[in-house]
Design a protein around this ligand. Structure first.
Ligand code: HEC
Length: 210
């Protein structure tokens, strides 16, 4: 089963689950959640690089599922952001900005993790699935805010370059339970790809900033 479908099914089940669980106690809820995960694990088939371990949630994802459809308490959000912030790795040579042209190709590319893709990579980031980035590209999703003129509006400062790196590396560090993937943390992008995507946002010559 491809990854998109897996994710779609997983979120469908999570929503259904949250609906059913609305009237129940915490213990009931935990039992139902365990049963649903079990049902997913027994009904999904592994194919190629798409393994069932993709259904295993880390601590952040488990907490976010627990509060899906409910208001996320401030202290839980703070705990999630703190631990994700601590997980961000910056490059040893301090170089955060690569080549925006390669970054643009990565932002356009949504392939790499499907069962039918070459597991040796590279993997795309599919930023356009959720964000507007340039004026030229008129096909983009709107789940995330427009990033058009990101660097120009925020300023080409070291602080903003570090924020851009950190946000792409681990989005949960700045916004608990966001829908944005954690590109560095989840090893979707490697260090050079991270630099190239940061360049797309932060290089004054990038079409994002024209
Ligand atoms: C599945 C949807 C999704 C994808 C894919 C995605 N994002 Fe996001 N992104 C979001 C959402 C939703 C937000 C707003 C909530 C938040 O801040 O996390 C966001 C916020 C951001 C922000 C913060 C904007 C601000 O005002 O500070 C940046 C920067 C960003 N995304 C960059 C990227 C880049 C670069 C990529 C590709 C490498 C990407 N995003 C891929 C959903 C996505």
């Amino acid at each position: 089963m491809d990854r998109t479908l897996l994710i779609a099914l997983a979120s469908f089940s999570a929503v259904t689950l949250a609906g059913c669980a609305a009237m129940r106690t915490g213990a009931d809820e935990a039992a139902i959640r365990a049963k649903a995960i079990d049902a997913m694990k027994t009904s999904f088939k592994e194919k190629g690089q798409a393994k069932l371990d993709r259904l295993n949630q880390d601590e952040t994802q488990a907490l976010c599922s627990q509060y899906a459809g409910k208001e996320l308490p401030k202290d839980v959000a703070a705990t999630i952001e703190k631990s994700n912030l601590a997980s961000i790795r910056y490059p040893q040579d301090g170089k955060l900005v690569g080549d925006w042209k390669r970054g643009e190709r990565i932002a356009q590319d949504g392939r790499g993790f499907q069962y039918s893709d070459d597991p040796k990579g590279p993997v795309g980031a599919n930023c356009y699935a959720c964000h507007q980035l340039t004026k030229q590209e008129i096909s983009f999703g709107t789940m995330g805010p427009s990033l058009y003129n990101f660097g120009k509006l925020r300023g080409y400062t070291d602080e903003m370059r570090r924020y851009a790196w950190g946000k792409v590396y681990n989005s949960q560090a700045y916004s608990a339970c966001t829908n944005m993937p954690r590109f560095g943390h989840a090893k979707i992008l490697n260090e050079q790809q991270m630099r190239d995507v940061v360049a797309l946002l932060m290089d004054p010559a990038s079409p994002v900033n024209q």
